[in-house]
Design a binder for this molecule. Structure first.
Ligand SMILES: Cc1cc2nc3c(=O)[nH]c(=O)nc-3n(C[C@H](O)[C@H](O)[C@H](O)COP(=O)(O)O)c2cc1C
Length: 336
């Protein structure tokens, strides 16, 4: 029922300022979950398990990081059909993010531009929220990042702190070093720093009895030579999962739009092809050693299957979910 109601709800939500609409939707979803309404007006998705990096995901469709930054809406999002929910990005200390407005819709392009800047309650509160999830039976990924005021020279300490805290509570942990909205963050994608980051996380992983896979999330704006170098780092360093991709800095596809020149990352339809090409390039260089979770501009089953064709074992949605609602989740699971 919710699937058919979504277009009407979206028409109302899109009349509100984008971030207000986001908070209203998340509050509404939590309320509907707590009162049992959500379970009445949703149908559980088909079970189509996918196993990778030692984790069995109940279906191939997950929620990309950044929608549930506080990790407090997991049960409701699971009810909409997602087999995994990636919460965060969570940083060691809480931080407010950039000044508003910082989220813009470009409906003519089925796109969003955001420069949220890791607004989040901090890793400890995030974990407290995530561990109070009750009904969700899927996979929980915890996405971590560094605080804005931590200089890049100390960035690895931030990742280490957040990773240690997230580790016991996550099914997998993603280190996000590809957001364009924390100054200098993408510089960490140099092969040398990426190798050090992976080494730091692997050393912590090795100390624990329970094996929690490590994912790294990359930008779609990498050059071919950078992909070649990073692929080697990821294979040699024992990376468990790669998430490709984050948002793009490119504006070519939306040139001339009222919001085209807003600073931040562009997501949605303009990113579809670019993200698929990055997945394909990483896959051809890494082979099956490092499984890939594909994200970027998935708006229908065909887009998701193209990501699979390019080498992704699972997909994640963000912008397509905002534009199309929960019907998209079910549509992809059916077609997979
Ligand atoms: C408003 C917004 C906030 C985001 N915040 C995060 C974040 O905190 N951490 C992260 O790893 N990715 C974040 N992303 C990136 C998404 O997870 C995803 O990788 C990207 O948007 C591409 O997928 P899409 O085209 O389906 O949106 C954010 C995206 C949007 C639109």
């Amino acid at each position: 029922m919710l699937n058919t109601l979504y277009p009407a709800a979206r028409a109302i939500l899109f009349k509100l300022e984008a971030e207000k609409a986001h908070h209203l939707s998340m509050t509404g979803l939590r309320l509907m979950e707590q009162t049992g309404i959500l379970s009445i007006c949703t149908t559980p998705p088909k079970n189509k398990p996918v196993t990778l990096a030692g984790i069995t995901f109940p279906n191939p469709v997950g929620l990309a990081a950044g929608l549930d930054k506080e990790a407090n809406t997991i049960d409701a999002l699971g009810r909409l059909g997602f087999g995994h929910v990636e919460v965060g990005t969570l940083t060691p200390k809480p931080q407010p993010g950039n000044d508003s407005p910082r989220l813009f819709r470009l409906p003519e392009h089925q796109a969003l531009i955001n420069r949220m800047g890791f607004n989040n309650p901090g890793i400890e509160s995030g974990i407290e929220n995530a561990t109070s999830s009750r009904s969700f039976k899927g996979v929980i990924g915890i996405n971590i990042g560094k605080n804005k005021d931590t200089p890049n020279a100390q960035a690895l300490d931030d990742y280490a702190v957040a990773f240690e805290k997230a580790y016991p509570h996550a099914d997998y942990v993603t280190a996000n070093f590809s957001s364009p909205n924390t100054p200098g963050l993408r510089d960490l994608q140099s092969s040398e720093t990426a190798a050090r980051l992976l080494e730091t996380l692997k050393a912590i992983q090795a100390k624990h009895q329970r094996y929690v896979p490590i994912a790294l999330k990359v930008a779609p704006d990498l050059r071919e030579d950078e992909i070649t170098q990073l692929s080697k780092v990821f294979v040699d360093g024992g990376l468990d999962l790669l998430i490709a991709t984050n948002t793009t800095l490119s504006r070519e596809a939306v040139a001339g739009h009222l919001h085209a020149e807003e600073a931040g990352g562009l997501s949605g339809s303009p990113l579809t092809q670019q993200a698929t090409e990055i997945i394909s390039s990483f896959h051809s260089k890494m082979g099956p050693t490092v499984p890939i979770i594909g994200a970027g501009g998935i708006f229908n089953a065909e887009d998701a299957l193209a990501k699979r064709e390019a080498g992704a074992s699972l997909v994640q949605l963000y912008t397509g979910f905002i534009y199309r609602g929960p019907a998209l989740v079910h549509e992809i699971i059916e077609a997979w």
